[in-house]
Design a protein around this ligand. Structure first.
Ligand code: NAP
Length: 311
């Protein structure tokens, strides 16, 4: 695992990777290889395409081969949890692990960096405004859980969880109540059907966590122009109105195009994707990476090049 440098200091050769199935479209290797190079660290980050029934044996093998860290993606994010020695509070609250840190003694710790990835992708001013805002969450799947945790941590005034099946929204609200208690937050939580969104009070923010509008179905939107207009109508003179789409391919989804027509500020999913990866990389390596806009822009370009090539 380690070699010697001229000063006899051990040089770590980082063994990193991602477990998932299928993995053909993952951007994680290109992101983390770039981060290794930028941090001037030796190592590799490899994709491991692993079917569900082989998860346990591959995890044990990775640890036995002195692995340092893993990302975990669909379909293993939940199934991996009981296989780990410990799991962070954030990962427990979300009910999913996306990052595993292997300690020097071989013990494994699961964490979830999607919360911090989402939080850090928001501008400071918007974070200050959330405690006065009513935000609608579109979708109640895996990524919605991390976004909900972040919004509750940030003391958003009110969150309405909307889904196409009310029981899924209600189930996520139940998790949200645990998050609220764990984070000692006062956020109000409500639910509704996506089809009934236009009946809501005016909102200040909407966050799409559904895949509606993702490439190649780029004409689709989780809500119509009319609904979006109605939701923002009476608040349209306020500042701080926003629509965030977790989709990063394409960056300018149909939903974001509709929001731009209403002069609402928009955010795509690329920065969250990068920042959850950077957070995982910091957990594995303790590397000091720049926090600058220039550094973010470099990473965006690396991922955008890869996204264009994979079309
Ligand atoms: P997921 O766990 O499958 O959840 C998807 C959610 O969207 C579910 O609530 C699902 O409802 C709903 N949904 C699916 N199709 C819909 C439709 N046609 N109309 C209304 N609702 C619909 O997926 P996920 O992991 O949360 O990922 C969702 C999206 O977020 C994907 O586009 C993914 O690429 C993106 N994402 C981005 C990042 C990032 O870092 N930027 C991170 C994670 C995910 P049902 O339960 O009724 O099916």
């Amino acid at each position: 695992m380690s070699t010697s440098n001229p000063e006899e200091q051990p040089v770590i050769n980082y063994k990193l990777g991602i477990f998932g199935h299928p993995l053909s479209h993952t951007l994680s290797p290109v992101l983390h290889q770039t981060l290794l190079a930028k941090a001037k660290l030796k190592g590799e980050y490899l994709p491991y395409d692993i079917p569900a029934e082989q998860l346990r044996s591959h995890l044990h093998q990775f640890i036995a081969e002195d692995g340092h860290g893993l990302n975990v993606t669909i379909p293993h994010k939940v199934a991996v949890m009981p296989l780990l020695d410990s799991v962070s509070q954030n990962a427990q609250l979300i009910g999913a692990v996306n990052t595993i840190i292997i300690q020097p003694d071989g013990s494994s710790h699961g964490d979830n960096t999607d919360i911090v990835g989402f939080t850090e992708s928001l501008p400071a001013l918007l974070k200050q405004q959330l405690p006065q805002q009513h935000v609608v969450l579109l979708g109640a799947g895996g990524s919605a859980r991390a976004v909900l945790a972040s919004l509750i941590q940030l003391e958003t005034q009110k969150i309405t969880i909307s889904a196409r099946q009310l029981e899924k929204a209600l189930s996520l609200k139940q998790s949200g109540l645990f998050m609220r208690e764990a984070y000692q937050s006062q956020t109000q939580l409500d639910t509704c059907l996506i089809s009934e969104l236009e009946n809501l009070q005016p909102i200040q923010g909407a966050i799409n966590t559904t895949p509606q509008g993702m490439w190649p179905h780029t004409e689709a939107s989780p809500i119509s122009e009319n609904t979006l207009q109605q939701l923002f109508q009476t608040s349209s003179s306020e500042s701080g109105l926003f629509v965030y789409d977790l989709i990063y391919k394409p960056q300018d989804t149909q939903l974001l195009k509709l929001a731009q027509r209403l002069n609402v500020q928009t955010f795509d999913g690329l920065d969250m994707l990068i920042l959850q990866g950077v957070a995982a990389f910091r957990l594995w390596t303790k590397a000091e990476l720049p926090n600058s806009e220039l550094f973010m822009e470099t990473l965006r370009q690396v991922l955008l090049n890869k996204l264009t090539l994979s079309e």
